[in-house]
Design a protein around this ligand. Structure first.
Ligand SMILES: Nc1ncnc2c1ncn2[C@@H]1O[C@H](COP(=O)(O)OP(=O)(O)OP(=O)(O)O)[C@@H](O)[C@H]1O
Ligand SMILES: [Mg+2]
Length: 367
């Protein structure tokens, strides 16, 4: 036999083993990885052994040499299967560690990536760790949201309870003819009812903002008109307090926004500024176009907001001071949360900073 014939015979014999290996691998496709590793070792050594045996006559080997070759093949075959099983076992142990970590993760605990393992498995572990972090952040956000919702419900019920109790007492006094000044009682009841209606409206608006159910109809709006309407609305309160309200907005500043929403944003800011400015102080509103954006700023003379509180004024239900005192003028702490929701719905931003003699709220929205 020449070399080509030998090669052909070897291919024939080895192909048989390879075929058997493929069938075995197929049968073991759902079995543990360690068996696949063993099949790989058996096929490689078995292929060589069968090839050698099949071409033995062509090698003119003595009986003794043939035995030597067979012994070498069997020994190295056993060794490589042992190594393959050991490697397979290591792989299985790594996947088992990953599976246990994933099970703990599934039970709600944070994912702890196994310390070591093959690259593919550590890559999967890395991905799982990143998902775990994202899930953890989302759960944390959800928890904070839930807590602020619960606080809000508690505050709102508290804020509604006192005026409702007052209205009930006054209406009973009126019914019994015991009210010393019925006209004043009626006026006061009306004021309380108005305040509660405003609060319920604000809550409704806020829930629509948070649910993403806000329907904005952007139009081209003249900023000066919006600002003068807000000034006019705040005028009675400002006059009563002796607060001057003024400002400067160029007549040609146009902005694309929902007119009602923008009016509400500016009105809330101006009303807050008037409320927090002492008599004889002034509130200054400015508006201008800055390239692709339009800026409205409301500055007051409130004396500054404590630095620790600056980051919280836009939180739902937050209002200055820790106690929710039954101050008849106190709001529900919803105004600025609504401002932020509406401004962000316009893809804009709102910020606050202290600027003597008070603070300055700045709204920036795309023109
Ligand atoms: N212009 C301002 N100057 C100083 N402090 C302010 C100003 N605007 C808001 N704040 C502080 O931020 C808090 C939250 O304001 P926000 O408008 O959200 O609620 P509110 O005015 O108390 O109530 P609401 O607006 O719902 O009637 C206020 O209670 C106040 O302590
Ligand atoms: Mg307010």
């Amino acid at each position: 036999m020449n070399v080509a014939q030998v090669a052909l015979v070897a291919v024939g014999w080895s192909a048989g083993v390879v075929l058997l290996g493929v069938v075995a691998a197929w049968l073991l496709r759902r079995a543990s990885l360690r068996w696949s590793a063993a099949v790989v070792a058996l096929v490689s050594v078995g292929g060589v052994a069968v090839g050698v045996l099949g071409t033995a006559q062509a090698m003119f080997l003595s009986q003794h040499d043939l035995h030597v070759v067979i012994t070498v093949c069997v020994v190295s075959g056993l060794l490589s299967v042992a190594v393959a099983l050991w490697l397979g076992e290591r792989l299985v142990r790594s996947t088992r560690r990953l599976r246990d970590a994933a099970t703990r993760f599934g039970d709600g605990r944070p994912f702890e990536a196994p310390a070591a393992g093959p690259r593919e498995l550590t890559d999967i572990a890395g991905e799982l760790a990143r998902s775990s972090d994202r899930l953890h952040e989302a759960a944390e956000r959800e928890r904070r949201l839930e807590q602020s919702r619960r606080e809000l419900v508690a505050w709102v019920s508290h804020d509604l309870r006192s005026p409702l109790a007052g209205i009930r007492a006054m209406s009973e006094a009126l019914d019994d003819g015991l009210a010393p000044d019925p006209a004043r009682y009626r006026a006061q009841m009306r004021t309380e009812v108005d305040r509660m209606v405003r609060m319920v409206d604000d809550l409704f608006e806020l829930s629509r903002i948070h649910a993403g159910a806000l329907q904005l109809t952007p139009q081209t709006v003249q900023l000066a008109d919006v600002v003068s309407e807000a000034i006019a609305a705040a005028d009675p309160v400002a006059r009563a307090k002796g607060v001057r309200v003024g400002g400067a907005v160029a007549g040609d500043v146009l902005v694309r926004a929902d007119p009602d929403a923008l009016a509400r944003v500016v009105a809330n800011l101006v009303m807050n500024a008037v409320r927090h400015t002492p008599s004889d102080g002034s509130v200054v509103i400015t508006g201008q176009a800055d390239g692709p954006t339009v800026t409205v700023a409301v500055a007051d003379a409130c004396g500054g907001i404590p630095a620790d509180d600056l980051g919280r004024v836009f939180d739902v239900g937050w209002r200055g001071g820790s106690a929710r005192t039954p101050d008849p003028d106190a709001g529900a702490g919803l105004g600025l949360a609504i401002v932020r929701g509406l401004v962000e719905a316009h893809h804009g931003r709102v910020a606050v900073q202290n600027q003597a003699p008070g603070c300055r709220f700045v709204v920036t929205i795309p023109a």
